[in-house]
Design a protein around this ligand. Structure first.
Ligand code: ADP
Length: 242
């Protein structure tokens, strides 16, 4: 298990600031959902935690390691936005897609060891019966399960997911959130997830970080749900005024 410490994270594309002085700590084994309006900087923040974007100021520590070291050690599993939909265009099977999560493991992807891990990951996400199917033939919810299995194959201690239920129907979305809750509880894996689905996401995650270019709220899901009605003014990004 690892914690995630964000210290005064600042970032801008070109001259415009997208993230201003964001500081928060996700504790070991915690499940945090990041919410906020479109354009608020949620995906950018997740990319910074994943080590894909370098902050202009501040520092990210994952289990006490700088992000690059954490990424090199395979501590981070990242499921980008629209990943399932983009991957669905490839004529690959579910097994092959999940095996790609092992590329940095040193195992040959065709080895017995790799096949065993792939089967186990698919069992964990409840998709073992889909093993031989082409990824493009699956429903959105099934594809997203496969993407979670792929991220888990590298045995990460931190799972980052960007809008894992976008484009998925309500019932399948609820099941994805239940799966993430279960992985968080049973594997003790720390989860940071961006979601627009406040109702369902805040039921699964214990904590909420509300971002609107700055950190507007960070606390328990219960607190967020009880105060969120009075926070409507935060739901529309209307230009940086800081
Ligand atoms: P959110 O995930 O909350 O919708 P993003 O982090 O995707 O927000 O984007 C925050 C702001 O940064 C938006 O105004 C978006 O247009 C801009 N942005 C995102 N990615 C890039 C990029 N690669 N280049 C320039 N601007 C970007």
């Amino acid at each position: 298990m690892v914690d995630v410490k964000l210290n005064n994270i600042t970032f801008g594309y070109n001259a415009e600031f997208v993230l201003n002085n964001i500081s928060l700590t996700v504790e070991n084994g915690e499940f945090v959902v990041v919410v906020g309006p479109n354009g608020a900087g949620k995906s950018t923040l997740l990319k910074i935690i994943a080590g894909l974007v370098e902050p202009a100021g501040g520092q990210v520590l994952i289990g006490g390691h700088r992000v690059r070291n954490a990424a090199r050690q395979g501590i981070i599993g990242y499921v980008p936005q629209h990943y399932a939909q983009n991957t669905a265009a490839f004529p690959a099977t579910v097994e092959e897609i999940v095996a790609l999560g092992l590329v940095n493991s040193g195992l040959s992807l065709k080895s017995k060891g790799a096949k065993h891990i792939v089967s186990h990951m698919l069992e964990l996400v409840g998709a073992d019966m889909l093993k031989g199917r082409r990824i493009g033939e699956l429903s959105g919810g099934q594809q997203q399960r496969v993407m979670v299995a792929r991220a888990l194959a590298g045995n990460p201690q931190l799972l980052l997911l960007d809008e894992p239920t976008s484009g998925i129907d309500y019932a399948a979305s609820v099941k994805i959130y239940q799966l993430l809750s279960q992985l968080n509880t049973t594997l003790g894996i720390t989860i940071v997830m961006v979601s627009h689905d406040i109702e369902n996401a805040t039921c699964s995650a214990a904590k909420v970080a509300c971002i609107n270019r700055s950190l507007c709220f960070f606390g328990s899901s219960e607190q967020f749900r009880s105060s969120h009605a009075t926070m409507r003014h935060l739901w529309y990004y209307s230009g940086y005024t800081g």
